[in-house]
Design a protein around this ligand. Structure first.
Ligand code: ADP
Length: 232
């Protein structure tokens, strides 16, 4: 439809913009990172050293956000088989220390999913975005569970890859759920871009997949479950 076409065009232009923003952010960051590195190797009073270390960690975070959230639009040219278990493990490894600091327990069960053919980085981006949101929703601890399975909907149908990402975080109320996939919609103030879920949905669509979300803010079943399915 015309609306879909327009939306695609908008996405493509945001993609171009995003990848040049990522580039523009990372260049100056590198200069500051180098400076902090040099500072760190000089004798400094303890409280200054602590500030330098903090600045380094925050810089790394900004750089990671810029790279991981925005740079994926520089797409590779062919589909490659991705081992889902290895991929999920490597994303969780990226978050290991932040999870530990926040009191988050993460586990995954993906050994029985067969390799998924996609453009390099896309499925990773999807999982990174969902894990990042789960992390943000569990500031005071919780549990993250990732499950991947090959599923067959009915006998004779093509197998699908199903990825389930569940957190026991804050959950979303109905108005947040409604706007979840809107570009620039965020409840995180300046800490959010509101692009993560929008990009996630675009990448899922590009891979002929579907996203379902269940979320609750009720104390007895608080949390969010994302279920992604992709045809193999
Ligand atoms: P951002 O994370 O920068 O805010 P996103 O597009 O990734 O942007 O997410 C939009 C909003 O959806 C978030 O601000 C948050 O309110 C909500 N959200 C997404 N995932 C979760 C989750 N797992 N738990 C609770 N809220 C979530």
């Amino acid at each position: 439809s015309e609306r879909a076409l327009l939306q695609n065009e908008k996405l493509a232009s945001v993609g171009r913009m995003a990848s040049s923003i990522a580039h523009e952010i990372n260049n100056p960051l590198e200069a500051v990172t180098n400076l902090l590195y040099i500072l760190q190797s000089h004798p400094l009073p303890a409280e200054s050293l602590e500030l330098v270390t903090m600045a380094q960690e925050e810089l790394a975070r900004v750089s990671q956000i810029a790279t991981q959230t925005l740079r994926f639009y520089k797409q590779s040219s062919s589909r490659v088989p991705v081992d889902v278990e290895t991929l999920v493990q490597s994303v969780l490894a990226l978050y290991r220390s932040r999870f530990a600091n926040a009191g988050i327990t993460a586990s995954s069960d993906c050994k029985r999913a067969s390799p998924f053919r996609c453009f390099d980085g896309e499925i990773r981006q999807i999982i990174v975005n969902l894990v990042a949101n789960a992390f943000d929703a569990m500031k005071s601890g919780g549990t993250l569970t990732i499950r991947c399975r090959d599923t067959i909907l009915f006998s004779g149908s093509r197998p699908e890859l199903r990825i389930t990402i569940a957190d026991t975080g804050t959950g979303m109320d109905s108005s947040t759920l409604r706007r979840l996939f809107e570009p620039f919609f965020t409840t995180k103030g300046i800490g959010g871009t509101g692009l993560g879920m929008w990009i996630t949905q675009d990448l899922v669509n590009k891979n002929a997949g579907r996203v379902r979300v269940r979320s609750s803010v009720k104390p007895e079943k608080r949390g969010t479950v994302f279920v992604l399915t992709f045809p193999h």
